[in-house]
Design a protein. Structure first.
Lengths: 257, 430
């Protein structure tokens, strides 16, 4: 028996097909969402089915999550990213108390007790503290986002980025570059600025270990290290952090009768 | 297009006082008013709308009683006793949101240097005033009770209408004490005397008799409603306790408030008997929500989502009857005590005690604090309220948003937070 989770985010859509008999991932797909989220979800689902050698009929239930969750007509149910990320993270790290998820459009912190989410905070008022913020800054500096982590690790000094608004922060960076400030120091400062915002959210809920980080930004080891440093704890990272929400959705689909 | 939509579209296109007066002139004639009233799902809703329109017609009428602007937490019994027609700009700001006028009024406020940081109830009301949409006031009375924006923005109204001499600020002391009662009593008495001398009305204490009796009668029914709601899990369709701010405050001391609350009680009682006959297991599944602060007054999905997910708002903090019975032989002192009894006066502990008692009395499964942009008196206590409810094992969602400006938050984000919270309420221990 198989279940499926589809996480339609602002930047990417993730699909996980779960072999519920063995609680093992049968296949997963990460694809760009683009402008047509409904279509992106269908294509990613089809591609995931193909990868697992399955057909629609083999999948018992589908749960959609993410900002585009309400727009997936073939899903049986939609559940928020809060419950799905929590469930996905718990399946990987069973004693987890805190989940940090930084996605393309929002960042959130979820507090868990006995495997269940008991509280959460979301920052989605603006792009500050999200993957999109990093993307915009990388573009402004004409540096690949993948280079941010090694630069962060090797650079010892930083320049503080004071603007929280993405547009103003971009101007601030352009101005710093114009002043001849070392780009590496700017990158270090940028990553710390996001880490500061996330740390403040975590502290509002109360930090409890073990901690796990999910979402696309968790692939950026610079970001993970900055957070570990600020929080003074070790952060667990799933092998593929970007699919945690979809994985949780696939687990929650097991409850659909 | 139904009558409500026709009204909405008409007023959006013609946002000026002349049009509003003409509209009220048509709608407040008995046959039209009752036809309009019959479009509402319950009799209490019908009364609420009819009484509101009648009160507005009076305020906008050129040859009627003096008009007094008042802020929310005033004892409106003094207005009614003095024959002043109350006009509540903050409540009107809620109407601007409901009628889709807030984008126009907020833009006008912004063009007139009202800061974006100012609460939108006051910003929208100020914008409407700048647009000359409100009736001209003869008196303006406000207070520093809870809200810091009212005392400033209401004064600006008095400057606009050149009636600074008729502007009164009731200074409510921080603590409830004999001295505070004396201080407040003297202020209320002086204001009443001053208004009487300006309107040429001879002050007579007996003018308070009927008003105080009616206020006590309204209070009695409001308490009955609160008691009855403790046992209710479901409500008549479209019932929303957050819609009764105008009668709860502005109509206190009138026959209309008594009629309305008596009717609400009757409707809820009928529903309660119906509920008892139905399967009680169904009611056990309902998640009981305690609502803190206000709600958005523009079209939004919050209550539809709660309804769909089997969550019911079982009580609203703002409907707590906080004041003792009034004594008509000591009207000024009674009104002073009413103001001082408000749970937003003094320490945050007063508010927390009311919230915790309501959470226990109404067996709340969760609480939602709608954190209205710019409302510091409410938002400032969010953390301590959340922590206090947590001690009772009641989770709290602090839902950031705006009651008036729909562009100040994204509906999708509000929805995700709300659904996430409901999922937490429904989650079973693993």
């Amino acid at each position: 028996m198989y279940t499926c989770g589809i996480d339609v985010g602002s930047v990417s859509t993730e699909v996980v097909i779960l072999d519920s008999k063995y609680n093992k991932i049968a296949s997963y797909v990460i694809a760009p969402t683009g402008s047509d989220s409904k279509n992106a979800a269908r294509e990613a689902f089809d591609s995931s089915l193909k990868q697992a050698g399955l057909t629609d009929n083999d999948v018992k239930a589908i749960v959609a999550t993410g900002y585009g969750r309400i727009n997936i007509p073939f899903a049986d149910k939609n559940i928020t990213e809060i419950s799905c990320h929590a469930r996905g993270a718990i399946s990987l790290f069973p004693d987890l108390k805190t989940v940090i998820d930084i996605g393309g459009q929002d960042s959130k912190v979820i507090k868990l007790e006995g495997g269940n989410p008991i509280d959460f905070l979301m920052n989605d008022k603006c792009a500050a503290g999200t993957g999109r913020f990093l993307e915009v800054m990388a573009r402004a500096m004409e540096i690949n986002l993948e280079e941010f982590a090694p630069i962060f690790i090797k650079t010892t000094d930083k320049v503080d980025i004071t603007s929280t608004c993405t547009v103003f922060a971009e101007s601030e960076i352009v101005s710093l570059i114009g002043q001849g400030v070392d780009k590496n120091k700017i990158i270090k400062g940028l990553i710390y600025s996001i880490a500061d915002r996330i740390t403040s959210m975590i502290e509002r809920l109360g930090l409890e270990e073990p901690v796990c980080m999910t979402g696309g930004v968790a692939k950026n080891m610079g970001m993970v290290k900055a957070l570990e440093e600020k929080l003074g704890v070790k952060i667990n990272i799933p092998d593929e952090p970007q699919i945690t929400g979809a994985l949780g959705a696939a687990y929650l689909a097991q409850n659909i009768h | 297009m139904g009558i409500k939509n026709r009204l909405k579209t008409g007023i959006q296109k013609n946002l000026n006082q002349k049009y509003i007066k003409r509209l009220l002139g048509i709608i407040a004639t008995k046959p039209v008013l009752y036809a309009y009233g019959s479009t509402f799902p319950t009799i209490s809703d019908k009364y609420l709308n009819i009484f509101t329109i009648e009160s507005l017609k009076k305020a906008y009428s050129d040859n009627s009683h003096p008009v007094g602007y008042g802020s929310l937490f005033l004892p409106y019994e003094m207005f009614h006793a003095l024959g002043i027609t109350p006009f509540l700009p903050e409540v009107m700001a809620g109407f601007t949101a409901g009628l889709g006028l807030a984008p126009q009024t907020l833009k006008e406020a912004s063009s007139n240097w009202y800061s974006q940081d100012l609460c939108t109830f006051h910003r929208s009301a100020s914008g409407a005033s700048e647009l000359d949409v409100f009736p001209r006031p003869d008196f303006i009375i406000t207070t520093n009770l809870a809200c810091d924006a009212a005392q400033k923005s209401f004064y600006i109204h008095s400057v606009k209408y050149d009636i600074e001499k008729n502007f009164y600020l009731i200074d409510v002391p921080y603590r409830y004490s004999k001295e505070s009662i004396r201080y407040l009593t003297a202020q209320i008495k002086n204001i009443c005397m001053d208004i009487c001398s300006k309107t040429g009305k001879k002050f007579d204490i007996s003018m308070f008799k009927e008003v105080i009796d009616l206020s006590n009668e309204f209070r009695k029914w409001a308490i009955e409603v609160s008691i009855l709601r403790k046992t209710l899990a479901n409500y008549p369709p479209y019932y929303n306790g957050l819609n009764f701010i105008l009668p709860f405050h502005g109509l206190a001391g009138t026959r209309e408030a008594v009629i309305l609350y008596k009717q609400i009680y009757k409707e809820l009682k009928k529903y309660s008997s119906k509920e008892k006959k139905e399967n009680s297991n169904k009611n056990k599944q309902v998640k009981r929500i305690l609502w803190l602060h206000l709600k958005p007054y523009y079209r939004n999905e919050i209550f539809d989502i709660l309804d769909r997910e089997n969550c019911r708002v079982v009580f609203e903090e703002i409907n707590h009857v906080y004041w003792p019975e009034l004594d008509y032989e000591k009207p000024f002192e009674s009104l002073a005590k009413k103001m001082l009894s408000h749970f937003l006066v003094g320490s945050i502990d007063n508010r927390i005690n009311v919230i915790l008692k309501a959470a226990r009395d109404y067996r709340a499964d969760g609480a939602i604090l709608f954190s209205h942009w710019g409302c510091r008196q409410s938002n400032g206590g969010a953390r301590i309220i959340k922590d206090s409810l947590k001690k009772l094992n009641i989770p709290t969602l602090v839902l950031d948003g705006d009651c008036v400006d729909q562009n100040n938050s994204s509906q999708g984000q509000v929805k995700t937070r709300l659904q996430g919270f409901i999922e937490i309420l429904n989650s079973e221990p693993k």
